[in-house]
Write a protein that binds this ligand. Structure first.
Ligand code: ATP
Length: 203
């Protein structure tokens, strides 16, 4: 394959607590490069980045910690209460997050690359991937695992789930799907089959 052709990218998505990290941990162990959209969204607002200055100019020093870094909770509170500010922030950050993800995808050098994002279906991030792998679990299990992991209440967890795509919407977009309602071992068996399938696809 010509070196200017870009590598195959598998998009991994699923709702909160569905098991995306469990999935990407497995691929990472196989030597696959993982690009994480959540991490990219943090990189673009790091100290010294233009986006942080733009946010501070708009909202004042309230949104900054003492060391000049972003006070994420404060910013979250602002956009939660004010839709205009949420739109402003999304318009600022989305292109920057996209560019950061593209940069990391370009630097990847494994047989194929995984882009993991909780919002692959909800945003235009899906245009950056060749296939979509959905981590599927019943909503009750998402709630249970998230509450156990993060110590959140059922209400808080449900509020987040409601803002994300529904289980059915994700299933509709899936090229591949893993069922993570069983044990980790059962998850790994499904992932090994997919890993072999992806290796065949790129060879
Ligand atoms: P988020 O979107 O919130 O980051 P996630 O989709 O990455 O979540 P994980 O962190 O992988 O989800 O999994 C959620 C929790 O459920 C974790 O505590 C994880 O250890 C646990 N978990 C994941 N898969 C299984 C499984 N098959 N059996 C038991 N526990 C699991």
């Amino acid at each position: 394959m010509s070196s200017i052709m870009r590598k195959t990218v598998i998009g991994v998505t699923g709702g909160i607590g569905s098991g995306k990290t469990a999935v990407t941990d497995y691929f990472a162990e196989k030597g696959i490069t993982i690009v994480d959209a959540d991490l990219a969204s943090r990189v673009v607002v790091e100290s010294g980045r233009p986006a942080l200055s733009a946010i501070a100019e708009r909202h004042g020093s309230d949104v900054l910690e003492a060391d000049g870094s972003l006070n994420r909770r404060q910013l979250r509170d602002i956009i939660f209460k004010n839709d205009n500010e949420r739109v402003w922030l999304e318009q600022l950050l989305h292109p920057l997050i996209r560019d950061q993800i593209l940069l990391e995808l370009q630097e990847a050098h494994s047989d194929y690359t995984v882009l993991v994002s909780p919002l692959l279906v909800e945003t235009d991030q899906h245009v950056m991937v060749d296939r979509i792998l959905v981590v599927d679990v019943p909503v009750e299990m998402q709630i249970e695992r998230t509450m156990t992991r993060d110590g959140m209440t059922e209400e808080q967890t449900l509020a987040i789930i409601k803002k994300q795509a529904s289980r059915e919407q994700r299933q509709d977009k899936a090229d591949d799907l893993v069922n993570n309602s069983g044990s980790l071992e059962q998850l790994h068996q499904q992932l090994e089959a997919l890993h072999q399938k992806y290796l065949k696809l790129v060879k």
